[in-house]
Design a protein around this ligand. Structure first.
Ligand code: SF4
Ligand code: SF4
Ligand code: SF4
Ligand code: FES
Length: 948
């Protein structure tokens, strides 16, 4: 599309059902009750001049530019703050109004630098537009005093603040308060002296509470707050709507371009996942796409100690195909496998698993969801019948009680966190179950009603104790359970949770949560109205991850909190397409749509579409592939878009597995840590360079649209297709839409999905089929997908990972807002300003006992390994618990995590590792060796095409 700003109706839409009829400039209009006169006029095509109003914020009424005349009323009310009334007769354009507006605008302009021609926002400035709209042609007087000489603030890496251009409309302050919920900005002083300030603690944005979400920049009607890229490149000429490739919130953006250059990513107001909001990653952290370390040419080498040799695509792909065929012939087809990526599109993921099943001839395919949300798949499928969350994000607006367990949404899922915080500020209650005092526990205008700071590894005990309270205190919604769930299974479960050994009082010694507090939280969830549960990897990455998911489902069913808006069970997905990767058949036991590979009917469907017989036996999971490699029976792997060396547990074991293979093919943007062990490197493309779809945590399938030509020459799906063709497979897709058509033919929950609909409707939430032609925002409305909801007894079993004299502390891991997972992308952006290294959080008591101060180097050791990093002493963690992030390869926190895993899915137990912390002088020997390995394995010889 050619560039046009998104339409701004001035004030938010009203959700009221009642319609109100009125007349505006002689035309009859009908709008929902509660709509402002300004919006009603805009909806019928009349733009009333405005400056302080924008439709993402509630109206404020400060600029006085939007005055109108209303018959029967005195004066000239502001249209942005005046709601419509039945029979109202409004005039928006009269000589009197024109004169008033011109006068107001003249005052603004008299204190504004008249440098439009050289201003970064020239042509994209509301002040400029509105001056034109009110017919201002000259300014008759010079102001006695102005704000023109004020210093600019360039501190934020992504946007500038030039107070000399500020009209103090406070849109930025309100955006930070209402949309983002950080409350970083204030209007200081009054009258002429009033000015925007980034908090009290600092005089610049970088040093303030600002989290760089960009909401204020988007709201600013002038060039006061402006993206640095707009200053550098110029204003955009065209825009393409696409979807963020970072987290599972799935924000949609307008990628605004000038030529082939991306100028800015502006959150799309029509995006149903983000409703026009963003976080620092999607909004600003896309510089990695052009980073100099990106690999753009294929490379091969005969051993991992050799330097890489750049070769042509043809050479690389035929070498890869012949190696895969050689290994298959020598060791058997089960010696091969592959890993799909939750970062890639549905279409790309589908092709990788198809290549393995139809080309390699086995089911040795797994995905990075193995190490994050595989217990969600198991737990929700078992209890409800579908491996996915039950709600759309809008649902939170109707929640009365929000229970967040094992998730840190303000860092991990920031845009959804902002929506959740908005609901909390309006009065919903909050229960947080987390060993750490996350930001959600207490932030401006928000305080959790209950924070259950449990001992890591005791989720099941806490949830069972809550169930005990609900059952024994008679708080069960029996009518719901009788109608919707298996009553016999419920009774078995109720008898189990009612046992004295499951009471909050008995379990207190294990969970370290006070029984009275836990009981109060359980009562609140059961009786406080619509109760919604949101959870993250703090639930799944445990030895009892699947049990915890089922314990959550039990609570929701027992209290009738399922099947309508405001309630539900909602996994917050980590990666952008983790839901999609699971949907697309990336697990070794399932074809797309979660159908078991052993099911003959499903297999025959795929066999007839693909024209090859399929192996009915489930294949190997990632840890089993690595075990088989060290046992000498697994020899080759194709890894698309995942850095298993950094993201999987027990790094030394992963390295040993990779080192034991004869052919490791890494398909990625950068020479990641896994590529240190690779023999063939295939350059990947970024989300900006490809067409396809991602599916977010709401099951929302959204378009990813190519905004620039792939720098490496191919989209990732094309590379997989070329590899398949080199192996002799007859694949001929000319566009990813054809892959989606195949997915729809083979997958009942995707039956109604195609690119044309997605482009027209923006997104679709699966299932989309005959039974639900418009998709399914809320699931299990009239009944569970599996029929009757299944209560599962979830007995608490302590993890085998025990603290003791050698390793007395418990380590738990997580991520922070500015970085993303292993950091491959975010480390290559300006986001590093906020996070230069992984820090170990340790409680003051534990720190003092060990003579550790903030900033000291410490040794973090477990029975699996050790690493060093710097300490941060903080009360965010309880005594006995330490915490770190895993964004930096030189820390590699997974060196210390063990290979314990979830009993049902092998999801690693990242969240509980017994460790010891001691003072250290700096990096360990392996870190120094590793730095050397990185240096040597990244040697690239660019001049020779030796393999040709
Ligand atoms: S910075 Fe922009 S949005 Fe904020 S008050 Fe000034 S002009 Fe308005
Ligand atoms: S970037 Fe976001 S957090 Fe920072 S001041 Fe603006 S709205 Fe607030
Ligand atoms: S919340 Fe997630 S999807 Fe949205 S902009 Fe941030 S990283 Fe992207
Ligand atoms: S737009 Fe209505 S008062 Fe500013």
């Amino acid at each position: 599309m050619t560039y046009q700003p998104q339409e701004d109706f001035g004030t938010p839409a009203s959700r009221a059902e009642e319609q109100v009829s009125l007349t505006i400039d002689g035309r009859a209009v009908a709008v929902p009750a509660g709509t402002s006169v300004m919006r009603a006029a805009a909806e019928q095509g009349t733009s009333i001049p405005k400056l302080c109003a924008t439709d993402s914020l509630s109206s404020f009424g400060s600029c006085r530019l939007c005055l109108v005349e209303i018959e029967g009323r005195r004066g000239t009310p502001a249209s942005c703050t005046t709601p419509v009334e039945p029979g109202m007769v409004v005039h928006t354009q009269t000589p009197r109004l024109q004169k008033l507006r011109k006068g107001v605008m003249e005052l603004y302009i008299s204190d504004h630098p008249l440098d439009c021609l050289t201003c970064a926002a020239n042509g994209d400035c509301e002040l400029q537009d509105q001056a034109g709209a009110v017919g201002l042609r000259d300014v008759r007087y010079a102001a006695d005093a102005t704000h023109l000489g004020q210093a600019k603030d360039h501190s934020n890496p992504y946007f500038d603040f030039d107070p000399s251009k500020c009209i103090v409309c406070s849109r930025c302050v309100r955006a930070c308060d209402e949309v983002q919920g950080t409350l970083a900005l204030t209007v200081q002083s009054r009258g002429f002296g009033s000015k925007i300030s980034a908090g009290l603690a600092s005089d610049n944005f970088l040093g303030s509470e600002c989290v760089s979400c960009g909401a204020c920049v988007q709201a600013c009607p002038t060039a006061t707050l402006v993206e640095k890229k707009v200053v550098e490149i110029g204003t955009p000429e065209r825009a393409v709507v696409t979807t963020c490739a970072y987290c599972g919130v799935g924000c949609t953006f307008r990628a605004e371009m000038r030529g082939e250059q991306l100028v800015r990513m502006v959150p799309w107001k029509d995006g149903k996942a983000n409703r026009g909001h963003s976080c620092v990653k999607g909004r600003f952290a896309w510089g990695y796409a052009q980073h100099q370390e990106r690999i753009l040419k294929p490379m091969i080498r005969s051993s991992i100690s050799e330097p890489w040799q750049e070769v042509t695509w043809e050479v690389a792909l035929s070498h890869a195909a012949s190696e895969l065929k050689r290994i298959s012939a020598k060791y058997g087809k089960h010696a091969l496998g592959g890993i799909t990526s939750s970062r890639c599109t549905n279409e790309e993921t589908f092709l990788v698993q198809k290549l393995i099943r139809a080309g390699f001839g086995n089911n040795n395919v797994d995905t990075c969801a193995r190490v994050c949300h595989s217990p969600t798949g198991y737990g929700l499928k078992t209890t409800f019948g579908t491996s996915a969350g039950t709600q759309d994000f809008d649902s939170v607006e109707d929640s009365d009680v929000i229970l967040v367990i094992g998730a840190n949404p303000t860092d991990g899922h920031p845009v959804f966190a902002s929506r959740m915080k908005r609901r909390l500020r309006k009065g919903a209650k909050l229960i947080v179950i987390d060993p750490r005092r996350t930001d959600l526990v207490r932030s401006p205008h928000i305080e959790a009603d209950h924070h259950l700071a449990l001992r890591p590894g005791t989720n099941v005990a806490v949830l069972t104790a809550m169930a005990h309270t609900i059952v024994t205190e008679g708080l069960v919604d029996e009518a719901f359970v009788k109608e919707r769930c298996d009553w016999d299974e419920y009774q078995d479960w109720a008898a189990f949770v009612s046992l004295e050994r499951n009471s909050p009082e008995t379990l207190e010694a294990i969970t370290q949560v006070q029984a009275a507090e836990l009981r109060a939280a359980a009562r609140l969830y059961a009786t406080g109205g619509n109760g919604a549960i949101y959870y993250g990897l703090g639930v799944t990455e445990h030895s009892q991850g699947s049990s915890t998911v089922m314990a959550i489902a039990n609570l929701a069913m027992a209290t009738g909190n399922i099947g309508r808006r405001g309630v539900g069970v909602n996994p917050l997905r980590g990666q952008n397409n983790v839901q999609g990767a699971c949907d697309m058949g990336s697990f070794p036991h399932e074809l797309s749509g979660y159908r078991h590979i052993s099911d003959g009917e499903t297999r025959r469907l795929f066999e007839s579409e693909w024209g090859v017989p399929l192996d009915p036996e489930p294949g190997l999971r990632i840890p089993n592939m690595l075990d088989a490699a060290t046992d000498g029976v697994f020899k080759a792997i194709y890894i698309q878009g995942e850095d298993i060396l950094q993201s999987d547990p027990n790094t030394h074991h992963v390295a040993a597995g990779l080192e034991a293979m004869e052919c490791v093919i890494v398909h990625d943007l950068f020479l990641n840590e896994t590529a240190n062990y690779a023999h063939i490197f295939l350059p990947g493309s970024t989300f900006l360079e490809k067409n396809g779809t991602f599916t977010n945590a709401e099951r929302r399938i959204q378009p990813v649209r190519k905004v620039m030509t792939p720098l490496n020459g191919y989209e990732d799906w094309e590379v997989t297709q070329l590899l398949a063709q080199a192996m002799g497979l007859d694949w001929n897709y000319s566009h990813p839409s054809e892959i989606m058509d195949e997915i729809a033919r083979l997958t009942p929950s995707f039956a109604g999905v195609n690119f044309e609909r997605l482009d027209k409707e923006g997104s679709l939430q699966w299932p989309v089929n005959e039974a639900a032609p418009d998709g399914s925002p809320i699931m299990h409305i009239d009944g569970f997908v599996r029929g009757k909801g299944k209560f599962v007894v979830t007995d608490y079993v302590p993890t085998d990972e025990k603290t003791g004299p050698r390793f007395p502390l418990l380590l738990t891991t997580g991520r922070i807002l500015s970085q993303y997972n292993v950091g491959a992308q975010t480390r290559r952006t300006e986001n590093s300003v906020w996070h230069q290294e992984d820090l170990l959080e340790i409680h003051p008591v534990d720190a003092e006992n060990r003579g550790i101060k903030s900033g000291d180097w410490v040794r973090l050791a477990s029975r699996a390994g050790e690493t060093t990093l710097r300490a941060g002493v903080t009360e965010r963690v309880a005594p006995g618990v330490v915490y770190t992030t895993l964004h930096r390869p030189m820390t590699q926190a997974n060196v210390v995590t063990t290979d314990y895993s979830d009993w049902a899915t092998n999801c690693p137990e990242y969240k509980v590792t017994a460790v010891q912390i001691s003072p250290s002088n700096g990096p360990t020997e392996w870190q120094e060796d590793y730095a050397e390995l990185q240096r040597s394995s990244r040697r690239i010889e660019t001049t020779v095409e030796a393999a040709e």
